[in-house]
Design a binder for this molecule. Structure first.
Ligand code: HMG
Length: 401
C-alpha cells in the first residue's frame, strides 16, 4: 500500500529567558581577562542568570504560554519536557507545567534526558506520535539552566532559557524531514553525577567530540538523502557558545566543496542564527532551538521554502543532523515583539549580585529560603519548597512578560 506523505513539524515556537543577566565584561573585569577573549574568542556578550523564582518549570510554562494561545487544549495529548537540570529524580517536571497550563487530563507527560540532545529526541518522538495520530498536537519543551563552577574557563558559557514548540501535522512554520543522521559514543566530555550541583567538563575535548559527531551525522544524513551543503540556505547548530557555531560551519566547509557566495551567505546567516544565543548564553537542550528562533525572527530575507540544516549535540554523547523547510506565511506566526520586549526588560546584574544569585539558586534547589527579594514579573513563579513539595504560582495579571 502506498502511503501519502504527511507534512509534520513545528507549528509554533517561542522562548523564555530569565529576567536577569550579566554582561561578560563584569566577569572579564573580575578575573582580569581581556574582554576580547569573550567577545571575539567565544563570541559571547552576556549570560542569563535565573532568580530563585525561576526554574526549569517556570521557564517552560512561561515559554509555552505564548505557544498555546488560540490552540484547543484538548488537541494537545502529549507534553514532552527535555532537561538536564532536573528538579526531581522521579516526578517529571512536565507534570507541573501541565497543571500550570491547564492542559487536559487525557495527556501523556514525560521528561527526557540526554544532555543537550534531549529536546531533539523528544521532537522525534513527537513527530512519530503525530504521524500515527494526525489530529494530535504535542507540546515539546526544552528547558535548562546552564551552570558551571565559578572561577573556571566554562563560567563564561553559562545561561538559561526554555523553548516551547507545538508539533503538529500541516505545521504553519517548519516541516521537518524524516531522514536524519544519528551518532552515539560513550565519551566523558561533560557529565554531572547526582551528588554534584555543577557538571564536570573537559572543555577542549568536548569541542572536539562535538565536531567529530557532526562529521558522522552529516555523512549519514547525506548518504540517506543525497543532499550536499549547496542544498541548504542556512544552518542552526547546538550553541554552547556562539563561536562553536562557526567552528561547526567551517568543519562542514572543509568536508565539501562550496562556492564563495554560498560560504558568505552561510556565515552571514550564522551571525543571525546566534543573535539570541550571544546574549542568553548556553541553555543546553534549548540552545539549538533558541538559535532556530533567532534565525526565523531576524533573517533579513523571507525564508519561505528555504531548507535549514539542524545539528543537535548532547555530551556523553548523542548527536543528530536533520533538516526542515520553512512554510509559506510562517512570518505571521512569529513572536518577535514579545521576545524583543522580554530581552529589553531584563535587568543587568553586577558581579557581586551575580554571586548572590548563583549561590541562592543552589540553596533554593536544595529546599532552602533566600533573601534576594521578590520579583514577580513573570506569569509563572516558583515560590519555594514546603514539606518537600515545590510550590508554583500563576500570576494571573501578567499576560505580557
Ligand atoms: P578556554 O580555556 O577559555 O579556551 O575555554 P581558550 O583559552 O582556548 O580561548 C577560547 C577562544 O578564545 C580561543 O579561540 C582563543 O584563541 C580565543 P579558538 O582557538 O577556539 O578559535 N581568545 C581570544 N580571542 C581574542 N582576543 C583574546 C583572546 N584570548 C583567547 N584576547 C571553553 C573555552 C569553550 C573550552 C570553555 O569555556 C568551556 O569549557 N566551556 C564549557 C564546555 C563547552 O561549552 N563545550 C562545547 C562543546 S560540548 C557541548 O556543546 C555540550 C554542552 O552544551 C553540554 C551538554 O551537552 O549538555 C556543553
Amino acid at each position: 500500500m502506498t502511503k501519502t506523505k504527511m507534512n509534520i513539524g513545528i507549528d509554533r515556537i517561542s522562548f523564555f529567558t530569565p529576567q536577569h543577566h550579566m554582561e561578560l565584561s563584569e566577569l572579564a573585569d573580575q578575573h582580569d581577562i581581556d574582554i576580547n577573549k569573550y567577545h571575539i574568542g567565544l563570541k559571547q556578550f552576556s549570560m542569563a542568570v535565573p532568580s530563585p523564582e525561576e526554574d526549569i518549570v517556570t521557564m517552560a510554562a512561561n515559554a509555552s504560554y505564548r505557544v498555546i494561545q488560540g490552540v484547543d487544549p484538548e488537541s494537545i495529548d502529549m507534553l514532552l519536557l527535555a532537561t538536564e537540570s532536573s528538579i526531581d529524580q522521579s516526578k517529571s517536571a512536565g507534570i507541573y507545567v501541565h497543571r500550570l497550563l491547564e492542559l487536559p487530563e487525557n495527556c501523556r507527560v514525560l521528561e527526557f534526558k540526554q544532555a543537550c540532545y534531549g529536546a531533539t529526541g523528544a521532537l522525534q518522538l513527537a513527530m512519530s506520535h503525530v504521524r500515527e495520530n494526525p489530529e494530535s498536537k504535542v507540546l515539546v519543551i526544552a528547558s535548562d539552566v546552564a551552570r558551571y563552577q565559578r572561577d573556571t574557563a566554562a563560567e563564561a558559557t553559562q545561561g538559561g532559557a526554555a523553548v516551547a514548540m507545538l508539533v503538529s501535522a500541516n505545521p504553519r512554520m517548519i516541516v521537518l524531514e524524516q531522514a536524519t543522521g544519528v551518532y552515539t559514543r560513550d565519551v566523558m566530555d561533560f557529565w554531572r553525577p547526582n551528588y554534584l550541583s555543577e557538571p564536570i567538563v573537559d572543555g577542549k575535548y568536548s569541542c572536539e567530540v562535538y565536531l567529530q559527531a557532526l562529521e558522522c551525522t552529516w555523512q549519514q544524513y547525506c548518504k540517506k538523502t543525497g543532499d550536499s551543503i549547496e542544498d541548504f540556505y542556512a544552518f542552526c547548530f547546538h550553541v554552547p557558545f556562539s563561536k562553536m557555531m562557526f567552528k561547526a560551519l567551517s568543519r562542514l566547509e572543509e568536508m565539501e566543496a562550496i562556492s564563495d557566495e554560498q560560504k558568505a551567505r552561510l556565515h552571514k546567516l550564522g551571525e543571525t542564527a546566534v543573535g539570541y544565543n550571544k546574549i542568553v548564553g548556553n541553555c543546553y537542550t534549548a540552545s539549538l532551538y533558541l538559535s532556530l528562533v533567532s534565525l526565523l525572527e531576524n533573517s533579513p530575507r523571507n525564508l519561505t521554502g528555504k531548507k535549514i540544516g539542524l545539528y543537535s549535540y548532547g555530551s556523553g554523547c548523542t548527536a543528530e543532523f536533520f533538516s526542515g523547510r520553512v512554510m509559506f506565511g510562517y512570518e505571521k506566526h512569529l513572536l518577535v515583539d514579545q521576545h524583543l520586549n522580554m530581552l529589553k526588560k531584563r535587568d543587568a546584574l553586577k558581579y557581586k549580585d551575580y554571586l548572590r544569585f548563583h549561590d541562592a539558586y543552589i540553596g533554593v534547589a536544595k529546599g532552602a529560603g533566600h533573601e534576594l527579594g521578590v520579583f514577580e514579573r513573570n506569569r509563572y513563579l516558583f515560590k519555594g519548597v514546603d514539606n518537600h513539595k515545590r510550590i508554583y504560582e500563576v500570576n494571573e495579571n501578567v499576560y505580557d512578560f
